[in-house]
Design a protein around this ligand. Structure first.
Ligand SMILES: Cc1cc2nc3c(=O)[nH]c(=O)nc-3n(C[C@H](O)[C@H](O)[C@H](O)COP(=O)(O)O)c2cc1C
Length: 220
């Protein structure tokens, strides 16, 4: 069977449609639910994102019950999408993700992608490096990886007909306290996901010459 024949309907939009049509949506249809099965598929596809040493430090706390969404509402400064979206996904970064290095590189060996002795030395090196990073460096790494997974998640959602809005507007201290999130996890951002009741408003972008430079940064 050719690739075209195996492509199903959700994948028929081009990648460029998906990136063009993604917009931050803040008004959601509260009757729409996303099944656990589909949510897991969305997250699984998002996790194809790259990460530092492939340690995949992202963790997701999916908040999809009315009670917990209500609890989150004041913490997210009463942004209505928190309660009306199908779910709010808290993207967290595990600063101890190196503890899964053995599992990750073990999988690579099992899949035949890496010889066992290479994996062994990767694990030793990775655990050694990441476990002794200064805390602010470890945090910066999970923020970078957390940004990449968040973007990928929002594009996967759009390709499946869902809308999203990334949210940094919430009280992190109150959030981790209210949801029992330990210091092992950095809260990167919240992403509301659901079906738009009103489209997101159009936004503009800076002209490319304001943001892209070749070989040399302009003098300030
Ligand atoms: C890190 C981050 C935090 C954001 N926080 C919020 C937020 O708390 N509430 C909100 O309504 N939009 C939030 N946004 C959405 C931005 O306002 C939006 O992405 C931007 O205006 C561009 O619009 P577009 O996403 O529709 O292209 C956030 C975006 C990012 C990347």
């Amino acid at each position: 069977m050719s690739n075209t024949q195996t492509t199903n309907t959700i994948e028929q939009q081009t990648f460029f449609d998906v990136i063009r049509e993604r917009r931050s949506v803040r008004t959601y249809d509260p009757s729409v639910q996303i099944s656990r099965e589909e949510m897991n598929e969305i997250l699984e596809q998002a996790t194809l994102a790259p990460s530092s040493s492939n340690l995949q430090p992202w963790r997701f706390l999916v908040i999809d019950t009315p009670e917990l969404k209500q609890k989150l509402l004041p913490i997210a400064f009463n942004q209505q999408q928190v309660v009306d979206a199908s779910a709010v996904i808290a993207v967290l970064g595990d600063v101890e993700s190196y503890k899964k290095a053995e599992k990750i590189y073990g999988q690579a060996v099992e899949s035949g992608f890496m010889p066992e002795d290479t994996a062994k030395s990767f694990i030793e090196r990775t655990v050694g490096t990441y476990s002794s990073l200064p805390p602010e460096v470890a945090r910066q790494i999970v923020y970078t990886d957390g940004g990449l997974i968040s973007m990928q998640l929002m594009l996967v959602a759009r390709a499946r007909g869902y809308d999203t809005v990334p949210m940094g507007g919430y009280d992190k201290t109150k959030f981790v306290e209210a949801f029992g999130i330990s210091e092992q996890y950095e809260s990167v951002m919240l992403i509301a996901i659901g079906k738009a009741m009103k489209p997101g408003h159009p936004t503009t972008r800076l002209p490319i010459e304001d943001v892209a430079f070749f070989n040399e940064m302009p003098s300030v």
